[in-house]
Design a protein around this ligand. Structure first.
Ligand SMILES: [Zn+2]
Length: 244
């Protein structure tokens, strides 16, 4: 009889461990909320009545952001990562027919990100500066987030695949609304400077956009799999190709 009771207790204990283990696999604890593993939000910056930066040759930021974001989406889906896009059209997220304000648009993006609770949110933008010489990709994170900082550094490193000579470093920021208000690790990827003629021409080129999207995708995979203990062979191959 005593042995039977011991066996029942042991079985309950094993069942408890199994449930605990399942929860650990499904959820990754984040600084503010519980995030959904293998889920990312891709945010194409600006849209509709908000063009973003207008660069050399009247290149419009909102269009490049969306083109690259869609390429990243496709690459992520191939890797079986769940992708949520904040926008898929040339439109603001606020109001009907682009009548909303920029502030409402930004609020909506934050609402989507916090609502979806992805493991990582990546906002895609293009930079601009008064000095036309300045060029190269740069990644931003919320200064108060160590997870954001770690993610940004991994992404900055992944972007070296596009330009190995890029010396820009991931940079902290504590004023950007999107970085401040999101409750999951969020990074802003500025793919290049539209105020620089070479960057601007490159960023309009379909083949170059593919390269940028591939680098961003490999960065995302490295970020979301960094804590994994059991990895599939596919992920290992990805890591190798990403760092070469
Ligand atoms: Zn922008």
């Amino acid at each position: 009889m005593k042995k039977k009771i011991e066996l029942v207790v042991l079985l309950f204990f094993i069942a408890g461990l199994a449930i605990l283990n399942r929860n650990l696999e499904e959820q990754v604890s984040s600084s503010k909320i519980t995030v959904r593993k293998n889920t990312v939000v891709i945010d194409a910056g600006h849209g509709g009545g908000d063009p973003g930066k207008v660069g050399v040759g009247d290149v419009i930021e909102k269009e490049i952001n969306l083109q690259i974001a869609k390429k990243v989406e496709q690459l992520m889906k191939k890797k079986k990562i769940k992708v949520i896009m904040t926008r898929e059209e040339d439109a603001m997220l606020s109001g009907e027919g682009n009548t909303g304000t920029k502030a409402e648009d930004m609020k909506e993006r934050v609402k989507i990100i916090n609502g979806e609770a992805p493991q990582l949110a990546v906002s895609i933008h293009q930079n601009s500066y008064q000095d036309a010489v300045v060029h190269g990709a740069q990644v931003f994170y919320y200064s108060g987030s160590s997870e954001g900082e770690e993610a940004a550094k991994i992404m900055q490193n992944a972007l070296l695949a596009v330009d190995g000579d890029n010396t820009r470093q991931a940079k902290g920021n504590n004023t950007y609304y999107l970085l401040k208000r999101t409750e999951v690790p969020t990074i802003i990827v500025e793919c290049g400077f539209l105020s620089n003629s070479e960057d601007a021409a490159n960023l309009c080129d379909d083949g170059y956009q593919d390269k940028v999207a591939e680098a961003i995708s490999s960065g995302i995979l490295k970020i979301i799999h960094k804590g994994d203990t059991q990895e599939g062979t596919e992920e290992k191959t990805e890591r190798k190709s990403g760092t070469s």
